[in-house]
Design a protein around this ligand. Structure first.
Ligand code: AKG
Length: 167
């Protein structure tokens, strides 16, 4: 993706989103729902690009904000009861590059590192969640702020909250 676009989305989301601590603020929506107006434009644009580029009908996006190298996400797999079976997860990265560690759950626990650069899209398959953990470790390096958008396909009931767009 164009770096200038990624930088624009980053700047908009920093301002428009009421961040709680450093992470996790969840929008649940369908791209064509009328409540879509309530989401920041950057989220709608990103959702449209990710849906059209991947062909996957993502209907949920979770936001994570890493203020600096001390903010991290422990190794985990996504809650499989909260996503449609077989559906992938897409991560869009904005801001500073952070390194993700992906590690097999079973011996010999093979691992790999992926540098998540601004404007990049990382797709993780459903099977990845069964067999691997992923996390963003802390780093002592002087890194700037990062925001990631995690797109998921949630079952209809889980995505139809009382408040429609938000959950
Ligand atoms: O920030 C990221 O790219 C990873 C986020 C993550 O692991 C998650 O939302 O489950």
């Amino acid at each position: 993706m164009d770096l200038a676009l990624a930088q624009g989305w980053f700047a908009e989301l920093r301002e428009a989103v009421s961040w709680k601590a450093e992470r996790r603020w969840m929008y649940e929506r369908k791209v064509d729902e009328e409540e879509a107006d309530a989401a920041p434009a950057a989220i709608l644009q990103a959702a449209q690009r990710v849906v059209s580029g991947t062909g996957v009908a993502f209907n949920s996006v979770g936001l994570n904000r890493y203020r600096d190298g001390r903010d991290s996400v422990a190794p985990h797999n996504d809650h499989l009861d909260e996503i449609v079976e077989g559906s992938p997860i897409a991560l869009v990265s904005l801001g500073a590059t952070r390194r993700m560690t992906i590690r097999a759950k079973t011996p010999a626990r093979r691992w790999l590192h992926v540098d998540l650069e601004a404007g990049s899209l990382l797709m993780m398959s459903y099977a990845t969640q069964l067999h691997y953990t992923h996390g963003i470790p802390k780093t002592a390096e002087a890194v700037g702020e990062r925001i990631s958008l995690a797109f998921r396909v949630k079952p209809p009931r889980a995505s139809a909250g009382a408040r429609g767009l938000y959950r």
